[in-house]
Design a protein around this ligand. Structure first.
Ligand code: UD2
Length: 328
């Protein structure tokens, strides 16, 4: 059997590790690359027994290192998920944002070109749309990022598009909306609302609502995101594509709270604080292009997604060691 081989950067991270799980379950060979800067060995521990799985401890910003990995394994596709994920940290550390969210993409594109990799799938973000209020957001909507993070994601899309146009690299940039699910870190001040709420409900503490809670986002389960990435790696007809990865359904903060309250009926009520300064009120994407180009549609309901998060949000299960010896 001629199995497709996929190299995943950021493989031990939140989205990366779920993507590896999905790829292996679909029979792909996976070369998982991570340097554990923020990824965790425990996220991919379950993959070690799979004969299609190889792990490489490597920093992909080292151009020679990534190129030699590509020449060693000759992947068909690179799914590039490694990056600086915190919007706030990107703002605080512009050099790191440049290195991890722009330069690294160029290094991936060049490594792909040098080693004959056919396709690159890239983790972009709805942050490229900034405060665009013409909803739902289409791929053709104006991109007007308002953060260094969003700008870097847009620049990376363009770098990859350049390699598609000039070198024939197949490229799919997936613009993730608000991704949530197990393995998302609830402890950092940059964490998304879902992981914070899951943790607080599990610990019996009141959640904090910024504003009146009527603000909405397009929350998509990480299981769906992993499916979208696997589709992007394998469907035919990709040249240079940009696709939203979203549900198309706006969900309010209050609706999320109601879902958690179904699970924790005796939880304390929410505490209402003033709205976050400058925050957008509503965001929702149009999922039509992903359906057409990737044959992908989100399948995990809000309720199911929250249940999967609750299962792993008990205080005793969320503290992982940063490093596990089997990957040393
Ligand atoms: C995320 C990014 C943001 C920007 C945006 C782009 C983070 C933390 N936020 O913001 O920087 O890139 O995506 O789409 O990286 N909320 C509460 N209580 C809490 C936490 C959050 O009410 O304890 C509210 C928050 O005010 C917001 C909603 O929940 O209205 C979602 O918050 P989020 O931080 O998960 O995501 P978002 O889209 O605001």
């Amino acid at each position: 059997m001629n199995r497709q081989r996929i190299l995943v950067t950021g493989a031990a991270g939140f989205i990366g590790s779920h993507t590896v799980d999905t790829l292996l379950s679909r029979g792909f060979e996976v070369v998982a690359v991570d340097n554990f800067r923020t990824g965790r060995a425990t996220n991919i521990r379950q993959c070690v027994k799979d004969s299609g799985f190889v792990f490489e401890f490597a920093d992909i910003t080292q151009e020679k290192v990534l190129r030699s990995l590509c020449l060693k394994y000759r992947p068909d596709t690179i799914i590039h998920l490694a990056g600086l994920v915190s919007v706030v940290q990107a703002q605080d550390e512009p050099n790191l944002n440049y290195l991890l969210n722009i330069q690294a993409t160029h290094i991936v594109a060049e490594a792909a070109r040098a080693s004959g990799v056919r396709r690159v799938v890239f983790a972009s973000s709805a942050a490229v749309y900034g405060n665009n209020v013409n909803l739902p957001l289409h791929e053709t909507s104006k991109t007007e990022p308002i953060s260094l993070y969003g700008t870097a994601k847009r620049v990376s899309e363009q770098i990859l598009d350049g390699h598609a146009t000039t070198f024939g690299l197949e490229v799919a940039s997936l613009r993730f909306f608000n991704v949530f699910g197990p393995r998302q870190d609830p402890q950092s001040p940059y964490s998304g609302v879902m992981s914070i709420f899951a943790r607080r409900f599990a610990e019996g503490e009141a959640v904090k609502v910024f504003g009146d809670g009527a603000q909405t986002r397009d929350f998509i389960s990480v299981f769906d995101v992993a499916t979208a990435l696997a589709q992007a790696a394998s469907v035919t007809g990709i040249t240079s594509e940009v696709c939203n990865v979203c549900t198309g359904r706006p969900v309010s903060v209050l609706e999320i709270i109601r879902e958690f309250q179904e699970i924790y009926p005796s939880a304390p009520g929410p505490e209402f604080l003033s709205a976050r300064e400058g925050e957008i009120l509503h965001s929702v994407g149009d999922p039509a292009a992903a359906s057409e180009i990737l044959n992908f549609a989100s399948e995990v309901s809000l309720q199911k997604g929250i249940h999967s998060l609750v299962e792993v949000s008990r205080p005793e299960t969320v503290t992982h060691p940063r490093f596990a010896p089997e990957f040393a």
